[in-house]
Design a protein around this ligand. Structure first.
Ligand code: URA
Length: 461
């Protein structure tokens, strides 16, 4: 295999065969193809795209570059959820315990935050002692024993994807839909899933803000999953404002725990219940979404979902007492209100500015190797459409020092726009995408939920 020939063919708009993609991935995994040649090929793909057969071949070769979870002895369905990421998205922390408490096996693999978006692994690791670096054998044994394991991409799972993703990050070739779809699905299909639910974010704070590109990504991931015996359903959800109120690692764990105690913000609960209903129906645990929702509500109000989170934390070495006493989580040194600089209507709460603000406070990553301060972040009470008075506290900054406080104030001033009037935000859940096509998602029950429940968290008693 002459790699220069493959690069030339891709550069000139041609296609590589299934065998060529397989050989290339194997040779790259064995260290026989240098990064500079792989970078050139990735850039050619970035500009020329990939035929469907090529994306399938790349995904399968990356999946097969490592081990897969084999759950053949397990009677339960195995389901996972993947979100394209955003700000304030703590749904996995609520969904995994909730759905696994209802009898679905959830081997959930998540990532770290990068750029303006947060990552589930960072949130989990803010719980004292919590380990996400389980071996595949340990993760499998835990799923079989308690129904759920929350892990990162270990060196065993799709190792070539791990290297290629880092290379793409360093060569500005992440943002190519076939590469994204192949990358995500190579890992998901190595989890031995019987179904997958996708949360594709849309809006200014999304990884792919453009609606059509989000749909394209969803459809490609659905096709890759379905062709490999893994049914996939995608929901398009809003990321033109943060999800929920808490943004920042520890703060989001606190809000997720509040959700499991029945005190979560309605938007977080609505996304959780809607994704969870898809999972329960796919797993055959509920006959339809209404039954699924009822079962989740009962599971939550009975305390079983919160107990399941405690079980997962304990199994992974963490301090499970945080579930009953979130104040045991590490706390920020400084807490300060941010007040509305003028009266009016909240027109925007811009997620990217919030995400960048968390990074400025030390709570986010600019590169994969950055260390983060899990305690910092924001709790933003104001939602688009709210009417506020001048001087009214609309957010809280959690930081470690005066410099962070100044950075936090500046980030909120940039993110929150108060105007005379506001355009309506995007619908929270707008579309449902399956192998059969894209349907408008009509139910918006959260809009009718009048008030947030009173949650005395975040040191605001
Ligand atoms: N997440 C992944 O795992 N891979 C990508 O390419 C993009 C997001």
């Amino acid at each position: 295999m002459l790699v220069t020939r493959l690069i030339e063919r891709k550069r000139d708009g041609g296609e590589l065969t299934q065998m060529e993609w397989g050989q290339l991935v194997t040779a790259y995994g064995a260290g026989e193809v240098p990064d500079y040649q792989m970078s050139a090929l990735l850039m050619a793909v970035f500009f020329r795209g990939m035929a469907h057969a090529e994306t399938t071949a790349l995904m399968e070769a990356m999946r097969d570059s490592g081990a897969s979870l084999d759950f053949s002895g397990l009677a339960k369905s195995r389901l996972d959820k993947h979100s394209t990421g955003g700000v304030g998205d703590k749904v996995s922390l609520v969904l995994a315990p909730l759905v696994s408490a209802l009898g679905v096996a959830v081997p959930m693999m998540s990532g770290r935050g990068l750029g303006h978006t947060g990552g589930t692994l960072d949130k989990l690791e803010s719980i004292p002692g919590f380990r996400t670096d389980l071996t595949l054998d340990a993760a499998k044994a835990q799923v079989e024993r308690i129904g759920c394991a929350l892990i990162g991409q270990t060196g065993e799972i799709a190792p070539v994807d791990k290297r290629l993703y880092a290379l793409r990050d360093a060569t500005s070739t992440v943002d190519a839909i076939p590469l994204i779809a192949a990358s995500i699905m190579s890992k998901k299909l190595a989890e031995g899933l019987s179904g997958l639910v996708l949360d594709i974010k849309r809006g200014s704070g999304a990884f792919l803000p453009d609606f059509d590109r989000g749909v394209e990504l969803a459809r490609l991931m659905i096709a890759l999953g379905e062709a490999n015996g893994c049914p996939v359903v995608a929901l398009m959800t809003a990321m033109d404002r943060p999800l929920g109120r808490a943004c920042g690692n520890v703060l989001e764990v606190e809000e997720a725990i509040a959700c499991l105690h029945g005190e979560g913000p309605p938007d977080v609960m609505e996304v959780t219940y809607t994704l969870g209903a898809e999972m329960l129906v796919m797993a055959g645990v509920a006959r339809g979404v209404d039954e699924a929702r009822r079962r989740m509500e009962v599971c939550l109000s009975s305390g079983k979902a919160a107990e399941q989170l405690a079980r997962i934390i304990e199994a992974q070495g963490g301090d499970a007492s945080v579930v009953d006493d979130p104040a045991r989580l590490p706390q920020a040194r400084m807490v300060e209100f941010y007040s509305a600089p003028r009266a009016g209507v909240i027109a925007r709460v811009e997620p990217r500015a919030i995400g960048r603000g968390i990074t400025a406070l030390g709570g986010g990553r600019r590169t994969m190797d950055d260390r983060i301060d899990a305690t910092v972040g924001f709790v933003i009470r104001a939602r688009p459409g709210d009417v506020v008075k001048v001087g009214e506290p609309i957010a809280t900054i959690f930081t470690r020092d005066e410099a962070g406080l100044a950075a936090g104030m500046a980030a909120l001033a940039e993110a929150i726009t108060i105007a005379e009037e506001a355009d309506p935000p995007l619908p929270l859940i707008s579309h449902r995408i399956t192998k059969d096509g894209v349907a408008v998602y009509e139910s918006e029950p959260w809009v009718r939920t009048a008030e947030y429940p009173v949650y005395k968290g975040f040191g605001e008693q």
